[in-house]
Ligand binder design. Structure first.
Ligand code: QV4
Ligand code: CA
Length: 511
């Protein structure tokens, strides 16, 4: 009996690392700033049939309305209350989205902004997405309710009341990050209020949470409100399932606060991943793809089963947060597809795809002064996501997740799930290849000359469709064909001027 108890204990605590995606689905997509109605449609028409595991949605709680600059995307990181109404839609639209996505096996993960409320300079009034009154000056948020007692003002040791030095672990947690009113998470009332908000979402059917600004909350305070959370809704999840937790902790190794402090609560965002992969693919600082042979923990990253990985995120694709100039985004589409392809083929971490909108960048002195621009909109109303005949998106939605090379690599990751990292090959420079057991194989050419090699793929003999240059449709390859001989070897030829200088084949792209 004792052994069973131990197992169940391990099972329960383990589940905070488990995204609870439907079996065989291994990635999620961040549909940044999408409307709930559009996400529900995308679950049914695209994400379910293409094998996506779930969606990270923008914060669904009431936020301040910022008019200067006009409706920046970041106003959604300034909560006014935990009422579920925002520019993405109403509570009923949110409920409808969660139900419809769950019904087709696509999970919803909520971006939970619970470290703070709006900026200290947010003023007072009802300029909020649900019209709730607030007064930043007096720390009054009656629609929660929070009052002055519920903030860290007295606990912060800096003159400005803001985080001034990231090397001081106390001010990072107890002061205001960019002036945002910092909640007193050591108070049971605050912990219970946050838990009540998250429990409402869990009961609606969400599968887990991105904890925004987790570095700015003490790990123990996070644990305190996580311990108050319900198990997931048994309408869609097995009895006893605990919410998936991934904590935004930016740790590039230069600060005293480490991501590992947060492992007890759930997974942690590994920001070193995108920063390093961008440097390697841009071939900066003498980096080359041959060095990716020991990618993952070998590069000093956190353990794979604690890592949430991504090439870019909503912050660093526009110069916010961490990662700097090396971060690859949709603006750098050729290298970006290679980076996302590499991430999805490699076994390290749990993978998140970014799905963005286009904005009018305006670089002045190396900084995009338009980094604040919010989602495509008509006088503040977010535009719907239109779908073009060629399956791309209109209305300035980039829909990276619908790009053939990315969509097909999401499927590749599903097909090779659980298979080991095998058959690594490199040319000592920027031509590399590796397999995933006997289920998949990928080859990259990022050198300035052609790749022409016969490689051991580990795959059964046969003809395979390359899923980067095309698709397998009705028993035919619309792109490159690869012939694997009975000994598993295959000849690969990749020009360095190819539109996409990489080839990927797998068990389900075999003719
Ligand atoms: C300004 C001044 C402050 C002043 C304040 C007064 O800078 O000194 O005290 O006004 O109100 C916006 C503005 C910022 C403004 C602030 C408060 O850009 O100038 O402060 O509002 O009014 C996003 C944006 C921020 C934005 C914030 C709130 O990136 O620019 O600030 O939303 O609207 C660190 C953290 C990490 C964080 C990252 C960006 O460790 O956790 O910075 N990442 C997460 C989210 C990110 C979000 C926040 C945290 C805050 O991913 O999108 O910040 O929720 O690395
Ligand atoms: Ca804090």
């Amino acid at each position: 009996m004792k052994f069973l108890l131990l197992l169940s204990a391990i099972g329960f605590c383990w589940a905070q690392y488990d995204p609870h995606t439907q079996s065989g689905r291994t990635s999620i997509v961040h549909l940044f700033e999408w409307r709930w109605a559009d996400i529900a449609l995308e679950c049914e028409r695209y994400l379910a049939p293409k094998g996506f595991g779930g969606v990270q949605v923008s914060p669904p709680n009431e936020n301040i309305i910022v008019n200067n600059p006009p409706r920046p995307w970041w106003e959604r990181y300034q909560p006014i209350s935990y009422k579920l109404c925002t520019r993405s839609g109403s509570e009923s639209e949110f409920r409808d989205m969660v139900t419809r996505c769950n019904n087709v096996g696509v999970r919803i993960y909520v971006d939970a902004v619970v470290n703070h409320m709006c900026g200290s300079g947010g003023g007072a009034g009802t300029s909020s997405t649900c019209g709730s009154y607030y007064n930043a000056g007096s720390r009054d948020f009656p629609a929660v309710p929070y009052s002055g007692w519920d903030f860290n003002d007295g606990k912060c040791n800096t003159g400005s009341g803001e985080v001034e030095n990231y090397n001081d672990i106390y001010q990072v947690r107890n002061c205001r990050v960019v002036g945002l009113l910092d909640l007193a998470l050591e108070k049971d009332y605050v912990r219970s209020t946050i838990a009540a908000y998250l429990n409402r979402l869990i009961d609606i059917g969400v599968a887990g949470f991105r904890l925004d600004a987790a570095k700015h909350m003490w790990p123990g305070d996070i644990k305190a409100f996580l311990d108050k959370l319900h198990n997931l809704n048994t309408k869609w999840f097995p009895q006893g399932s605990k919410p998936f937790i991934y904590q935004e902790v930016i740790d590039l190794g230069t600060e005293p606060i480490k991501g590992s402090e947060y492992f007890g609560n759930g997974r942690v965002t590994e920001f070193k991943y995108g920063a390093k992969l961008g440097t390697v693919l841009r071939r900066w600082n003498g980096e080359k793809m041959a060095y990716l042979k020991n990618w993952g923990e070998g590069w000093g990253f956190m353990p794979s089963d604690r890592a949430l990985v991504f090439v870019d995120n909503h912050d660093n694709q526009r110069g916010h947060g961490a990662g700097g100039a090396s971060i690859l985004t949709f603006w750098d589409s050729r290298l970006y597809k290679m980076a996302v392809g590499f991430m999805l083929a490699h076994p390290y971490g749990f993978t998140r795809i970014m799905s963005s909108y286009r904005w009018a960048r305006n670089f002045q002195n190396g900084k995009d002064v338009n980094d604040w621009i919010g989602p495509p909109n008509n006088n503040g109303v977010i535009k719907e996501v239109t779908i073009n005949p060629d399956t791309t998106c209109g209305n300035d939605w980039v829909c990276e997740h619908r790009w053939r090379q990315i969509r097909n690599m999401v499927a590749f990751r599903n097909v090779v799930n659980g298979q080991p990292f095998t058959n690594w090959w490199d040319n000592g420079s920027n031509q590399v290849a590796f397999g995933r057991g006997n289920r998949g194989f990928i080859v990259f050419n990022n050198d300035d000359w052609a790749l022409s090699s016969t490689l051991q793929t580990g795959l059964p003999g046969g003809t395979y469709c390359d899923v980067i240059s095309g698709d397998k449709i009705n028993g035919n390859c619309t792109g490159i064909k690869i012939n694997v001989s009975s000994d598993g070897k295959a000849y690969f030829s990749i020009s360095n001027t190819a539109e996409d200088p990489f080839i990927a084949i797998h068990a389900e792209s075999k003719l």
